[in-house]
Design a protein around this ligand. Structure first.
Ligand code: ATP
Ligand code: MG
Length: 418
């Protein structure tokens, strides 16, 4: 038997209803906050991610699904959304329109990672970006957009952690301090981190190995090295979050895994879903648009993992049951089947979920099927019903029966649908 590739998931109809509900809330909340959807290719030229995500990142170094097409171009399945959005914003000159520009995406991403609960090789992300707004109120606003999403989704046990990782002025001084700190502890670091001491010491703070994280805990902190402008930006962000009554914690160890972040970084962490607890990560990436060949326009954004949202909702016992038929017609013969069939068509037209026997089951087996599939009402149609023009509507919830005429409007009314 052929099986799905390792690290991919099948979302079956009994689960997809929950996904649809979540996706609807995400889209509605995005609309409320003024974000428009952007839909982009699933693959891009590999160069985009090398430049946009960063050559030294795990994502580019180890996790990309890259391939050569028939023309010998190196393409990669998108490992994340931001680089593609920035590419598109530049290519379509969106920054020459009204600014700031708010966009969101709902996509699947691909990373060659070790699959576990909350981590797969194809995964789903909802993310948003706000271009051209540098003030701290933009940071606060997008962070609270995420908080609003969690509120609308009904996710509890989630906390907001923020940090500032400085800018091109203060980062080099911080990097130097970090470099010195890790250099003195060379012998204890993992191989990957060793190679990062010179290229990107900030990355070491993000290493998942317990030894490296223990060393990282006492490393110099970005917030102690911020230049006056970055410090003021961060302070203003905190006062705006306070003004909005938001709960948050400053966590100096958040640096985010991707190369292009500046100043504000943040995560929303759940205490309910085990070790893969970061549901959402984001930050400011002033400089990325320019880096990818566009104008010097700032950006701030976030991405959240849908699988982890589902895990959090499931942990809270939230389930969404698939819709079942509002009414099931059980025909006793061929003529009754035609009646059932045409009645179902009329009800579909009215947006009512009707069903009828499509496989020629016995009446007993039909009743069993109606029960098993959770039909709310059942109506048997036979010669008597056709002659009298009346059917008995049986409520499956309490077995009560109501006689109504064999008429779509009347039936719809009787089952409470109009
Ligand atoms: P992590 O530290 O968990 O690997 P990350 O820093 O690589 O996360 P981002 O690139 O910021 O994650 O992606 C944003 C969100 O997308 C994460 O917070 C997570 O919810 C989700 N995500 C990332 N990678 C995966 C994956 N392989 N499987 C499922 N969800 C993922
Ligand atoms: Mg990762």
């Amino acid at each position: 038997m052929l099986q799905k590739p390792r690290g991919t998931i099948d979302i079956l109809p009994d689960k997809s209803v929950m996904w649809q509900k979540v996706e609807t809330i995400l889209r509605e909340t995005a609309a409320t906050h003024g974000y428009g959807e952007i839909r982009l290719p699933t693959f891009e030229v590999s160069e985009l991610y090398k430049r946009g995500v960063g050559d030294t990142s795990d994502v580019v170094q180890k996790e990309m699904y890259s391939f050569y097409d028939n023309d010998g171009r190196s393409l990669s399945l998108r490992p994340e959304g931001t680089a593609g959005v920035v590419r598109s914003v530049i290519e379509n000159s969106l920054t020459s329109g009204a600014m700031p520009l708010p966009v969101y995406y709902l996509i699947s991403c691909f990373r060659y990672e070790k699959p576990e609960a909350g981590r797969s090789r194809e995964f789903y992300q909802f993310g948003a970006e706000l271009f051209g707004a540098e003030q701290p109120c933009a940071d606060a606003d997008i962070i609270l957009f995420v908080a609003d999403i969690f509120k609308k989704l009904g996710i509890k046990d989630i906390s907001l952690e923020i940090n500032s990782i400085g800018c091109k002025h203060c980062r080099p001084i911080y990097n130097k301090a970090l470099h010195e700190y890790f250099e003195a502890r060379r012998s204890e670091l993992c191989d990957t981190c060793l190679s990062r001491i010179d290229s990107n010491p900030l990355r070491i703070l993000d290493c998942k190995s317990p030894i490296c994280s223990a060393i990282a805990e006492n490393a110099p902190k970005t917030i102690d090295y911020l230049c006056p402008e970055c410090a003021e930006h961060f302070n203003e962000l905190k006062s705006l979050l306070d003004a909005a009554g938001a709960d948050y914690k400053v966590n100096p160890s958040i640096v985010r895994g991707l190369d292009y972040y500046r100043r504000t970084v943040f995560e929303f962490v759940s205490t309910a879903i085990g070790s893969q607890s970061t549901i959402c990560g984001g930050g400011r990436y002033d400089g990325l648009v320019e880096e990818l060949g566009g104008p010097a326009i700032s950006g701030i954004g976030f991405a959240m993992g849908l699988t982890r949202i589902m895990l959090a909702l499931e942990a809270q016992g939230m389930v969404e049951k698939p819709q079942t038929a509002d009414i099931y017609f059980a025909p006793m013969d061929k003529k009754a089947l035609t009646f059932s069939f045409t009645m179902a068509q009329k009800l579909y037209d009215m947006g009512i979920r009707a069903d009828f026997d499509k496989v020629g089951r016995s009446l007993k087996a039909q009743m069993k099927y109606a029960d098993k599939t959770g039909a709310k009402y059942v109506a048997v149609i036979g010669e008597t019903e056709i002659e009298s023009g009346e059917i008995k509507l049986k409520s499956m919830a309490d077995s009560t029966e109501t006689v109504v005429s064999l008429d779509a409007e009347v039936i719809a009314k009787a089952i409470g649908k109009i």
